[in-house]
Design a protein around this ligand. Sequence first.
Ligand code: PEP
Ligand code: MN
Length: 337
Amino acid sequence: MIIVLKPHTTEENIQRVQNLIQKRGLDTHIVRGAEMTIIGCIGDTTAIDPRLFEVDHSVDKVMHVQEPYKLANRAFHPEDSVIDVSGVKVGGNHLALIAGPCSVESFDQVLEIAKAARTSGANMLRGGAFKPRTSPYSFQGLGLEGLDILCAVRDEVGLPIVTELMSPDYLDIFNEKVDLIQIGARNMQNFDLLKQLGQLDRPILLKRGLNATYEEWIMSAEYIMAAGNENVILCERGIRTFESFTRNTLDLQSIPVLNMKTHLPVIVDPSHAGGKWWLVEPMAKAAIAAGADGLMIEVHNNPDCALCDGAQSLKPAKFDALMKQICQIAEVVGKTM
Ligand code: PEP
Ligand code: MN
């Protein structure tokens, strides 16, 4: 249930309505817009008669929200959320342009890629230190050593770092060192992990599960938000379909749908979607044209020898050419880079 207050309601009146709601055993979440204030009621509102609140002179209207997600719901927060990732804004008209290798392989490798990506216009650096691999015999990532490499490269090039957290064992160290904590597709419904992310101060990049519906994906964001961390960025990365030519099927429709359903930024990872480097450019352009708030793209200086996902990685020159085109599309859709 959401309660829209009349324009220019005083703090005193907001407080009074809030008390009224809390007396019914509900939690409240207040969103203050330029003119309008909205109070979101969180808890079981099914048995509550909206007229209880409608009679209050400060209340404009009371609406039942059908969806099971509240904090992530656009109805609760009509304006786009803008998430601050160590000084880089994401959402609204600000694009996240995240580039880097699938996995951290060495300091020199990450440094070379990061410098090139930054010159091309990337505003964040990605790189996996802990890798969720299908086979236990595949390269599992450099672990904490990889994380230290990312931090050292950040110090050198000045780009915030994005890297995947798989285990709650590393929550504290990620909270201390990582600018944007990535939760991979395979952990999207690891509810215990999601609850713990709610305790952190760092923004979270929540990738869509391999076969997650929009609602399941948003509910996972809701888990993190309900536990106290409202800084969540969603990432579409393709879903499983019957098609096996591509690694996954990029669901471009998720961008406008999620933009309608939630106020959270939605970015797109075309690399893991298609699984082929030559699909990255057209899908990245389509994503920005469709209203995505950014991209996450795998870039490698020597894809043929990459320890992971070389086939879907762009060489720095290709990434550079892509960024020039993205810049033009961004202008058309009113986004800044
Ligand atoms: C990744 O971004 O490195 C990754 C493993 O992606 P996903 O979780 O989307 O498969
Ligand atoms: Mn990868």
